[in-house]
Design a binder for this molecule. Structure first.
Ligand SMILES: Cc1cc2nc3c(=O)[nH]c(=O)nc-3n(C[C@H](O)[C@H](O)[C@H](O)COP(=O)(O)O)c2cc1C
Length: 356
């Protein structure tokens, strides 16, 4: 029997199905990081997800890492997001905001000329996406201990603003080589102080940020996403099993809403390592199909399953799974395409297909 379409508790909420829409950057905000009416439509179209997690949103201007990504720092940004949450709620959906501070995965041209910040002054390999196209990453500036406290406070204030904008909760983006993972991972963190070295120091920033988010939203409205061994944005950790086991051991007992683990080509089964260590809802993601998601749920490997590109291309994904309908194929050319509707709000829902 299908479990995908059965209710499940995620923190404070019982949601109607176990299909979570993955956080996906779509680069459709204006140059001030304000989402548009298109974004309201895009998320409202996908409100039948058990839970929507928004695209990565920068908590402060220094957290921006890509052109045309949205923020949650200014009044205009809060007002625009309020329209999104109202539209999703009007359709009976739930929506968490993902807070994404890119750290060194950025460029001065995205930061008003400022140098990107990181735990250590180590330049990532690769290129940033800027208004001038792709340009090489620069060497970031090492954050002082006092500045780290300020960044933690930025997340706290961003959480407060997200809740004021009507979000049901917030997710910390702890994956993909952005600032939290830059602290966690040995290749990007070579600090000698209480934020670097052994795992209890490298995990300190992530735990402090989560505590700040919890203080504003309540633990049962806070989740975290991790992707061990994804090695995206030129990041590696020497002992990922030890690092993530330590981290999740310290997430346990806090009453967090969920742990979201997305795996991409990891050689080791991190789900088997991490799920038993966590006491809230376990969200599994990364390359799932309807069949593999059903199997994971049936085998008790996850409480809910996270779909990215399939949700991007199928606004009515739960209904398509219910009736066994064919899926629209995602068009990679329009994943990031400021600020066009094409490939954003024009993927047809089933009824629209049948009516055509
Ligand atoms: C267009 C696109 C943008 C993404 N942006 C983000 C992001 O902002 N934050 C994040 O945590 N993951 C991001 N991801 C990764 C997804 O959340 C998800 O983990 C990934 O797509 C795997 O799920 P899938 O195989 O079902 O697509 C993005 C993925 C895609 C396709």
């Amino acid at each position: 029997m299908s479990q995908l379409l059965t209710p499940v508790r995620i923190g404070r909420y019982v949601v109607p199905n176990r299909l979570v829409m993955a956080p996906m950057t779509r680069s459709r905000a204006d140059s001030d990081g304000v989402p548009s009416e298109l974004t309201v439509t895009y998320y409202a179209q996908r409100a039948s997800a058990g839970l929507i997690i928004t695209e990565g949103v920068f908590p402060s201007a220094m957290g921006k890492g890509y052109v045309h990504t949205p923020g949650i720092e200014t009044e205009a940004q809060v007002a625009a997001w309020k329209k999104v949450t109202e539209a999703v709620h009007a359709r009976g959906g739930r929506i968490f905001m993902q807070l994404m501070h890119c750290g060194r995965v950025s460029h001065p041209s995205l930061l008003g000329g400022a140098t990107p910040v990181a735990p250590s002054a180590i330049r990532p390999e690769g290129q940033a996406w800027t208004t001038a196209g792709q340009v090489d990453f620069v060497t970031p500036r090492e954050l002082s201990v006092a500045e780290i406290a300020d960044v933690v406070d930025d997340y706290r204030q961003a959480t407060r603003r997200a809740m004021a904008a009507g979000f049901d909760g917030v997710e910390l983006h702890g994956a993909s080589g952005y600032l939290p993972e830059q602290f966690l991972s040995s290749s990007s963190n070579q600090r000698q102080d209480q934020y670097g070295g052994p795992v209890e120091n490298r995990a300190r920033f992530v735990l402090e940020v989560l505590a700040a988010m919890v203080a504003e939203a309540g633990a049962d409205r806070v989740g975290i996403k991790i992707s061990p061994e994804m090695n995206y944005n030129s990041i590696t950790d020497a002992t990922p099993q030890e690092t993530y086991a330590y981290l999740v051991d310290h997430l346990r007992g806090q009453g967090l809403a969920y742990l979201h683990v997305a795996l991409f080509g990891a050689k080791f089964d991190f789900h088997a390592l991490l799920r038993p260590r966590f006491d809230g809802a376990y969200l599994m993601g990364g390359g799932l199909t309807q069949d593999s998601a059903e199997s994971a749920l049936a085998e008790g490997k996850a409480d809910a399953t996270v779909f990215g590109s399939a949700f991007l291309a199928n606004p009515d994904l739960p209904e398509r799974f219910r009736v066994g309908a064919a899926l629209n194929a995602p068009d990679r050319n329009t994943f990031f395409a400021p600020p066009t509707a094409q490939g954003y709000i024009d993927y047809p829902a089933l009824a629209a297909v049948e009516a055509a």
